[in-house]
Design a protein around this ligand. Structure first.
Ligand code: C2E
Ligand code: CA
Ligand code: CA
Length: 598
């Protein structure tokens, strides 16, 4: 119920004061040599134990404190038993109050009652059988200590309920933050490692929405139980609120903590969770440590959830380099064509960020976008990409001689940043790209589990004629039933959904149904990751309005981006455009080679 530090300080102080009390009572007796020697010995032992506890007690395991309280009972009983007068006997017995206070202050009810029971038996035996007090005094003292213990226990529990989560019985945010503070203090003084972990239940909102809040509560309670059983005794698990748990791992460095957390994750019931782990760095405050842990958790979620990420040096240096690249405007933008009419006519481009990291080469956006998100750089990155995307798309329009749709990706954190919508509008004004030909791509999970603010931002964009696309649909947990509530104009079918359509009849049937449904709901479908002529043919036959993929063109810088040729699309076997709508523009040979080389 208390931090190891408070436990050690209080118990140590009670031992020192108890020892002094024994010495003072003994000094007033002044008779037999043997009694005096015993008083001195017991007082000295108690004071030494007390001082040792004050100095080093906080690293002792909890069972040691149970032993210490029982030892206190034994020492006091010895003094009562050897007291030469009835007054001395009662005076020594008065020290039993410390046992009641300590036990009920720190131990759970059953353990405290056990300690009290032990003490009452010892006292009753020694006072009523051996001593001079008789059963009346023994009973009076027993009543006294029981009520003192009970009152202390009740007061402590009322006070500490503010630190306990009522659903799981674990510490709550307040309780855990206190423990973190004292663990940091101890790690600092002892120069021992300390790691923390933040744990988030994946798709918890769905459990609540689909199965009800009672099921959600059961899940949280069950996870807390499973994990508590699997964790080492010196760790401290807490529920910091909602579906977020926190874990304190004293004495463990990052890699060791990672092992503990992975074991804990495996012990939890079926629901997947994401975890971020960080080891405390010497100069870091608790707030810094939690921020880094949270960033690692965010990376785990962005990388697909159901995993643990250890905040590491490599991550930190990546973030540093990325910040420099952003400052120097070195994040570039490439464009991948989006085609209509069975892949015969280019109607737009998707802008994708590219970063050539010094000494490392090209870094995948799948790596640097989550890093930018976790480090708070995503706003600057998104704004820079949008600016370059607008400028590049204007160039493409000129060289292709036609109007284009421009799609850009936005990440979850970006949408919740204040001023995102206004920033987009400002960039459009400055670059001259028309709002009605901009599409912002967001992932479904973002729309699903996101805050009011993200949804408000999307609404704000749509009010200004900027379209919204749901990216990566069909990957992971997408549900058909969500389609009518998504605040979107376009639906981008993920590559993993498209890839099996030529081999799986069931997938083909799903695609057909999805196209029909989207059509009826007024959602424009873009099939992503089209790589083979067979896929292209099937999509054309099913009337998929828009397609995108390596078959038509890889993402390239604007200067190298050629207009995908109708001849090439027809070569793929994709359906022919309706009469009068096909373009017969033949691009120059150098453009064609740029496409085929890509
Ligand atoms: P995404 O938005 O789903 O982008 C499509 C990814 O698939 C791109 O990878 C693209 O190069 C790749 N791709 C396109 N056609 C094919 C194909 O036929 N076959 C295969 N195998 N892959 C294809 P990239 O450029 O590496 O981007 C990865 C992800 O990074 C993107 O997925 C997007 O989520 C994110 N991203 C990229 N640029 C940005 C950006 O500026 N801002 C944000 N927030 N995210 C970005
Ligand atoms: Ca995208
Ligand atoms: Ca996608």
């Amino acid at each position: 119920m208390a931090t190891p530090r408070v436990l050690a300080l209080t118990t140590g102080l009670l031992y020192v004061v108890g020892g002094c009390a024994v010495a003072l009572i003994g000094a007033g007796l002044g008779q037999r040599q043997t009694v005096r020697a015993l008083v001195v010995a017991v007082a000295a032992v108690a004071i030494v134990i007390g001082l040792a506890l004050l100095g080093w007690g906080e690293s002792l395991p909890r069972w040691c404190f149970h032993t210490l309280v029982a030892t206190g009972t034994v020492l006091i009983t010895v003094m009562v038993a050897t007291a030469p007068t009835a007054q001395a006997e009662v005076a020594f017995a008065a020290i039993y109050v410390f046992i009641a206070v300590d036990a009920f202050f720190f131990f759970a009810w059953p353990q405290a009652v056990l300690q009290l029971g032990l003490m009452l038996i010892a006292q009753t035996v020694v006072v009523s059988v051996h001593g001079r007090g008789g059963p009346g005094v023994a009973l009076a003292l027993a009543l006294l200590w029981t009520s003192v213990g009970g009152v202390v226990g009740a007061i402590v529990r009322v006070a500490s309920s503010a630190r306990v989560d009522s659903l799981t019985g674990l510490a709550n945010r307040r309780g855990w933050d206190d423990e973190l503070r004292s663990a940091l203090d101890l790690a600092h003084r002892r120069q021992v490692p300390l790691s923390v972990a933040l744990i988030d239940v994946d798709h918890f909102k769905r459990v609540n929405d689909q199965l009800g809040h009672a099921a959600g509560d059961d899940l949280l309670r069950g996870l807390a139980e499973d994990w508590s059983a699997a964790l080492p005794s010196d760790s401290r698990l807490a529920r910091r609120g909602g579906d977020e748990f926190a874990l304190l791992l004293p004495g463990r460095n990052g890699p060791q903590a990672l092992v503990v957390v992975e074991r804990m994750r495996a012990a939890g019931r079926t629901q997947a969770v994401s975890c971020g782990v960080a080891e405390h760095q010497r100069t870091e405050t608790g707030g810094d440590l939690l921020r880094r842990t949270d960033a690692a958790l965010y990376t785990a979620k962005a990388a697909g959830r159901g995993r643990t990420v250890l905040s590491g040096q490599e991550h930190d240096s990546l973030v540093r380099d990325l910040a420099v690249a952003l400052e120097r405007q070195e994040i570039e933008v490439v464009f991948q064509p989006i085609l209509a009419l069975g892949g015969t006519e280019a109607v737009g481009v998707e802008a994708l960020a590219r970063w050539e990291r010094p000494q490392h080469g090209l870094v995948s956006p799948a790596e640097f976008i989550p890093a930018a998100e976790s480090a708070g750089l995503i706003g600057a990155l998104g704004a820079s990409v949008l600016r370059k995307a607008c400028a590049g798309a204007l160039l493409l329009q000129r060289s292709w001689g036609q109007d284009l749709l421009l799609t850009v990706n936005a990440s979850g954190r970006e949408l919740t940043e204040p001023g995102y919508g206004q920033g987009v509008l400002d960039t459009l004004r400055q670059t001259g790209w028309p709002a009605h030909r901009l599409v912002v791509e967001v992932t479904e999970s973002l729309v699903d589990g996101s805050t009011e603010r993200a949804l408000e931002t999307l609404a704000q964009l749509r009010e200004h004629q900027i379209a919204v696309a749901i990216d990566d649909f069909g990957m992971g947990y997408s549900a058909f039933s969500r389609l009518d509530t998504l605040p979107a104009d376009y639906l981008k079918l993920d590559r993993s959904f498209i890839a099996p359509i030529t081999t799986s009849r069931r997938r083909l049937a799903m695609l057909r149904a999805l196209l029909e449904l989207s059509h009826n709901l007024g959602l424009m479908v873009i099939a992503e990751g089209v790589e083979t002529p067979e896929q292209a043919q099937l999509l054309a036959d099913l009337g998929c309005p828009l397609v995108q993929g390596y078959l038509y063109g890889r993402p390239l810088p604007p200067a190298l981006c050629a207009l995908p040729s109708p001849r090439r699309a027809a070569d793929t076997g994709a359906g022919n455009p309706p009469p009068g709508q096909g373009r017969s523009r033949t691009p120059p040979a150098d453009r064609l080679s740029a496409v085929s080389e890509a």
